[in-house]
Design a protein around this ligand. Structure first.
Ligand code: NAD
Length: 487
């Protein structure tokens, strides 16, 4: 663990509208990935902290669930304005703790604000359905009600956007919420809580408990928690899904990914290269929608050469430098994991055409940087083709035609997203009908849906049935009640 500077901030939990010390002796350094220096210290809270937060949220639920829906929505409108007023500050904080470029961070904050805007539509979103005369003089009505105390568990890679997929909508629907941010990027969540209170949210409706496994396990076993939203890696998502479901909770668990981009021979070369570079190497390849495998259809030698030349021009550095695309990965251990995969790729016989290890100059203290790495002639059975590396390491596979390319992408156990670069409408239709991933792009590098649509990963990229965001999100955070009345 790195030494904590004297002026390092020790984070607190946010419970019942107050900053409180966690019931723990264990703290972890939060480091700036661009410098390797400690910027804060985060408590690794215990299940006692979970109990405290849930009890508070349970009490707050009594009045919050009965607060008129338009009144709840009005607080969301105010929150939207405060987040917008603080857009730059929030983006700087994302860059500081996550390492991504300020431009990416600014975009991420906007994505978060869009979730608040969607949630502010609660009065229409929560409307039920009615049918007159289902039998003589008998009508049926369906109402939506909140669930109770619900929780969210977030990953490090989107400290703003991912929590915003969860708590604004859950709260707008009348639930109370306990968030566990990633222990690697915990600072932004405190700002989100602070601003929500400033917007007029009553005490105890939104709580933040920092920590790691113990908090998650505390959620999984807590009888007063009705639903859990999880976003993170595949093994943890599967664990959370299974445990939460076994304990009778509603659960949506969004997981890891291996996203393929298919380049057809008729694709616009400039558009596809530009999109692949920004998708693969932006945010250091640490997006769940990042392109980590390209499938080139036909004789792709010239395309691969052009791509490699453009990647050579990509600048690596800290996120506050405007000219930088490739920023650091989150921790040195993530660099080490990616370098292990680079070794594995070489051993398995792929052709390493760009070795990002050569761009690493300096020690861990100088930040967790790894240069853009590209393997060509990767085959589907290789580990670098199958596993999520979550770093700037790109695999290129070759296919003779679209059928073969689709077969490659559908073999993946993941199903988050895929993109097709082409001008051919028939190819687009075949891609739409036959590709298994749940989010598809056509000539778009990061086909992430906006907040009013579901974030609809499939296969091992998602465990559950109701996705985050959109109408699915509303259904996830509400239960239905049917009334049948004779008049
Ligand atoms: P992670 O799984 O390591 O951590 C996610 C959360 O789970 C954190 O809050 C962490 O504290 C907790 N956690 C980790 N290990 C745990 C364990 N053994 N028991 C209980 N809790 C545990 O993920 P990460 O490294 O923070 O984030 C990157 C991953 O998230 C990638 O796999 C990425 O694809 C995925 N992700 C997916 C989506 C999506 O929409 N599908 C979006 C963003 C990120």
């Amino acid at each position: 663990m790195a030494t904590i500077d004297q002026d390092t901030r020790t984070l607190k939990n946010y419970i019942n509208g107050k900053w409180v010390d966690a019931n723990t002796e264990e703290y972890l350094d939060v480091t700036n990935p661009a410098t390797g220096k400690a910027i804060a210290s985060v408590p690794i809270s215990s299940s006692r902290d979970v109990d405290q937060a849930v009890e508070t949220a349970k009490k707050a639920y009594k009045s919050w669930s009965k607060t008129p829906v338009p009144k709840r929505a009005r607080i969301l409108f105010k929150y939207q304005q405060l987040l917008t007023d603080n857009h730059e500050q929030l983006a700087e904080l994302v860059t500081l703790e996550n390492g991504k470029s300020y431009k990416e961070a600014y975009g991420e904050v906007l994505r978060g604000i869009e979730c608040v805007e969607f949630a502010a539509g609660a009065p229409s979103l929560m409307m039920g359905e009615t049918l007159s005369t289902i039998a003589t003089d008998i009508d049926s009505q369906m109402f939506r009600f909140p669930l109770g105390v619900v929780t969210g568990i977030a990953p490090f890679n989107f400290p703003m956007m991912v929590p915003c997929w969860m708590f604004p909508l859950a709260i707008a629907c009348g639930n109370t919420f306990v968030l566990k941010p990633s222990e690697q990027t915990p600072m932004l969540a405190n700002k989100l809580a602070e601003l929500f209170t400033e917007a007029g949210l009553p005490e105890g409706v939104f709580n933040v408990v920092h920590g790691a496994h113990d908090v998650v396990n505390g959620f999984l076993g807590h009888e007063d928690i009705k639903a859990i939203s999880f976003v993170g890696s595949e093994p943890v998502a599967k664990y959370v899904y299974e445990q939460a479901a076994a304990n009778g909770k509603r659960v949506q668990a969004l997981a890891g990914a291996k996203n393929h981009h298919i380049v057809m021979p008729d694709a616009d070369e400039e558009v596809s290269i530009q999109n692949i570079i920004s998708s693969s190497f932006g945010s250091a390849g640490q997006r769940c929608m990042a392109c980590s495998a390209v499938v080139v259809v036909g004789d792709g030698d010239d395309f691969v050469q052009q791509l490699k030349e453009k990647v050579d021009e990509v600048k690596m550095g800290p996120g506050m430098d405007e000219s930088v695309l490739l920023t650091p990965v989150i921790r040195e251990a993530n660099c080490a994991n990616a370098m292990k995969y680079i070794e594995l790729g070489i051993e398995e016989g792929a052709t390493l055409i760009r070795d990002g290890r050569e761009d690493r100059n300096g020690e861990e203290e100088d930040g967790y940087f790894l240069g853009a790495t590209i393997f060509d002639h990767v085959t589907p059975s290789m580990s670098i083709a199958k596993d999520e590396i979550f770093a700037p390491v790109l695999s290129i596979l070759r296919a003779d035609n679209l059928d073969e390319a689709l077969e490659i992408i559908n073999k993946s156990r993941f199903g988050n997203s895929a993109t097709l670069y082409t001008r051919d409408a028939k190819a687009v239709r075949q891609f739409r009908e036959e590709a298994e991933p749940g989010m598809l792009g056509v000539n778009v590098g990061v086909p992430a849906p906006m907040a009013f649509f579901p974030f609809s990963g499939s296969k091992n990229s998602f465990f559950g049935d109701l996705h985050a965001n959109g109408k699915d999100g509303v259904q996830f955070y509400t239960r239905k009640k049917m009334i049948t009345s004779r008049f």
